[in-house]
Design a protein around this ligand. Structure first.
Ligand code: ZN
Ligand code: FE
Length: 260
């Protein structure tokens, strides 16, 4: 099995980009393309040549650098086959489109594609089972989830369920450093969660030192991320929603976060 190297760095004000490199084949993929200059500089710094771009969704802060990176490197761009809301096709510049349940090989590692609509309708996430890592774009964040712009609460909940079902040891790479504000909100809907209290303190300290809180881990999210915990009795009691469906509880938590 080929071991891949991951190199995460910040782009724009709060986005993350990750370079995935195979020392064996020399191939390098970037997940999302916020900004060509920053991403090309990061690859250069590592001495890696970009061969692939993996796009999660059509939003500008994930695609703005696509055309320039492709032009400068000749890389292959993989992205969702689904159009975003109001779009007539996939993201411009995508060479290979992928959809739910598709698998492909990157540098002899398997990549499984999950369609996780809600934030946008086109959103796909990339799971590397052998590397125990998933790239969730703006669907699942550490202690949070993306705003539901194009889908609805039920759709977003069903997307999050797919990510919650991944092995708990899976590393969670998400598109943004939103963890501290997510943590501060999380504690308001799940105030008696001891694991969450500990995590809030740990995250605050990390951010004070200027360290990233990403990647997280799926197993930890199941214990602390309220958006994955609508079945939790304490959260339901706190919201007065003991008999509601999971997606309804999720939708209420999302609404509160939007208004926080
Ligand atoms: Zn987005
Ligand atoms: Fe984003």
């Amino acid at each position: 099995m080929a071991g891949l190297e991951f190199f995460q760095f910040p782009v724009l004000s709060d986005n993350y980009c990750v370079l995935i490199h195979s020392p064996e084949t020399g191939e390098t993929a970037a997940v999302d393309a916020a900004d060509a200059t920053t991403i090309l500089a990061a690859a250069k710094e590592k001495g890696w040549k970009l061969t692939h771009l993996l796009i999660t969704h059509h939003h500008w802060d994930h695609t703005d650098g696509l055309a320039e990176i492709k032009q400068q490197t000749g890389c292959t761009v993989i992205g969702p086959k689904y159009p975003g809301k109001g779009k007539d096709g996939p993201v411009e510049g995508v060479d290979t489109t992928v959809g739910d349940g598709d698998t492909f090989t990157f540098a002899s590692s398997t990549v499984e594609v999950l369609h996780t609509p809600g934030h946008t309708l086109d959103m796909v996430n990339y799971h590397f089972p052998e590397e125990k890592a998933v790239f969730t774009g703006d669907t699942l964040f550490v202690l949070g989830c993306g705003r539901v712009f194009e889908g609805d609460g039920k759709m977003m909940w069903e997307s999050l369920e797919k990510l919650a079902a991944l092995p708990p040891e899976t590393s969670l790479y998400c598109g943004h450093e939103y963890t501290l504000s997510n943590a501060r909100f999380a504690i308001t809907v799940d105030p008696s969660n001891e694991a969450l209290k500990l995590k809030l303190a740990e995250i605050g300290a990390k951010r004070e030192r200027g360290e990233p809180t990403v990647p997280g881990r799926i197993g930890e999210e199941l214990e602390t991320n309220p958006f994955l915990r609508p079945a939790d009795p304490a959260i339901r009691k706190h919201l007065g929603m003991e008999t509601a469906k999971n997606w309804e509880v999720f939708t209420e938590i999302r609404k509160r976060k939007d208004n926080a």
